[in-house]
Structure formats: C-alpha cells, structure tokens
Write a protein that binds this ligand. Sequence first.
Ligand SMILES: Nc1ncnc2c1ncn2[C@@H]1O[C@H](COP(=O)(O)OP(=O)(O)O)[C@@H](O)[C@H]1O
Ligand SMILES: [Mg+2]
Length: 289
Amino acid sequence: MNALDESLSKYNLIHKGKVRNIYDYASDRLLIVTTDRISAFDFVFEDEIPGKGELLTKMSEFWFRKTRHILDNHIIEDSSINVASDIVDRSMLVKKTEVIPIEAIVRGHLSGSAWKSYKDSKEINGKLINKEYQQYDMLNQPIFTPSTKARIGSKDENISIEKMYDIIGKNLADRVISKSLLLYEYAYDYAKKRGIIIADTKFEFGIDSEDNLILIDEVFTPDCSRFWLYDIDKNHIDHNSFDKQFFRDYLLSINWDSQQIVLPANIKNEIMERYKLAYKLITDNVDGL
Ligand SMILES: Nc1ncnc2c1ncn2[C@@H]1O[C@H](COP(=O)(O)OP(=O)(O)O)[C@@H](O)[C@H]1O
Ligand SMILES: [Mg+2]
C-alpha cells in the first residue's frame, strides 16, 4: 500500500476513474482525490506526471468559484478536509450527485474529432453544417456536441442531440445544453482576455440530493479542454496545444502501440510546463505550484 492509499484508508474507495479516485466521505459527501495519472485515448498510464493532480484541482476550484453565478456546483467550501497534508492540495470535498450519463462538450472552434467528422462528411454529431470552415476556425457560434460517458476501457461515442434527448429526456437535456453554452461563453471571454483561447471543453453534470442540476467533476482544466495561446496585441492565435493534446500528439509521433510505456522525462516536464503556463495565464497565480 503506498502512502496515498494508506492515509486515505479510513474512507471507502467507491470509484477509481482514469485520473481521480472517489471516496465515500459522508452520507452526502464525496472526497475526490486527483492523482498525477495521465490518460490518453482512454488508456491510463502507470507513469505519472508529478504535480498534475494539484494543478488540476486548483484550476477546477478557480473556475467553480468563478462560474457559480451561472450554475451552482458540487464544491463544499465550508469545511476542512480530514486527509494527510500531502494530499490536501489535490483533494476536493464535494456534494454526492447522481451523475448525468452524458459528456457535455462545447466547441467554439473546429478541431479534434469534430474537425475530422466535418472534413469527411460535413456533419458534426449527425448535424449537417452548411458553412465552409478550415481547421481551427472559430464557429459561427459555439455548438453543443454531446457524447456518451463510456466505462473504463471503452471509448466515448459522439451522439446527436436527439439521441441525448432519448437518454436523459428533453427537459433535462435542454437545461444541460443551455447551461453548458453559458458556462463556455463566459469562460471563453474571461480566458481570451488573459491570452488563452478555450477552443473546446467538456462538462459533467449531476443531480444533487435536493434535485438541483449542478456542475460536477472538473471544469476548464487542460485535461478536459483544448487551450491555445492568444496574442492579444497581435490578435493572433497559436494552435500549439497547451493541454492534453500535446501528449496525444507525442503518442502518435512514436506510433504508440497501446501498451504501458515509461514516459521520457522531457515529455513529462513539457506537459507540466504547458499546463502551468495555461494555469498562470488564466488564474494569474503560480503560488505553490
Ligand atoms: N459530485 C459528483 N458526484 C458523483 N460523481 C462524481 C462527482 N464529481 C465527479 N464524479 C465522477 O467521478 C469520476 C471522476 O474521475 P475521473 O478520473 O475523471 O473519471 P473518468 O475516468 O470517468 O474520466 C467521474 O466518473 C465523474 O463522473
Ligand atoms: Mg474524467
């Protein structure tokens, strides 16, 4: 048993996600411990990125506080967390919710799987796009492109809005969509003023014990968003990735064969340096990182 597991052994580990470990903390509370694990293409690497868990935790906390006026979230602010000091910086006490089984993805620019699908078929999530776009272009307006939440070992699947209606009902789906777009638009403007373009992002939502729709999981981190640098004076976007895409590109460049590998030190450093730059620009704070 390693030090992390030992100091948390008083809590019941109820879910081990790709990056986060979720413990039962109290009847209505969960303890989310964000590890230094990295995943790509739905594969979790044994080799870790030191400091990543703390950075993701702080970045999510930052955005959860900033966006509360748009939608309440799972963070419980008012109590200290009873865990070892080396874990506290990557621990979050949250409201236990019933997770809505949809990955709520919003895109303001055309990139990744949406670009590939548009290029091949002019469709994104089954919807025909009539306008002409190049890769990375800003879309007319941000679009909501849901996917299913796959179990560990399988892949998320892009779905249409109609399919999302079938899965969670139109009423709830429409609320998730409108809150997602509001959250994205707010954060897009906020980050752009500070030199980061949030090209796209993914949210998760849950229903709390009082039946409220709330924002859960992580929010606007470099693990769940696509970040590009934006030169405000020159009004120029550099499409180099300051998010997990850098790591995906590395894996593609070495023809990675979906097996465990030791990650080169320079790649691990580069991932952290990129994550830190995004964090610093957005939060204007590098204390303790
Ligand atoms: N407030 C919450 N209530 C219930 N489940 C949550 C809450 N916040 C996050 N989760 C769940 O915890 C897990 C987070 O771990 P993560 O490593 O991100 O998992 P995944 O492999 O699904 O991406 C996700 O399955 C997420 O849905
Ligand atoms: Mg996740």
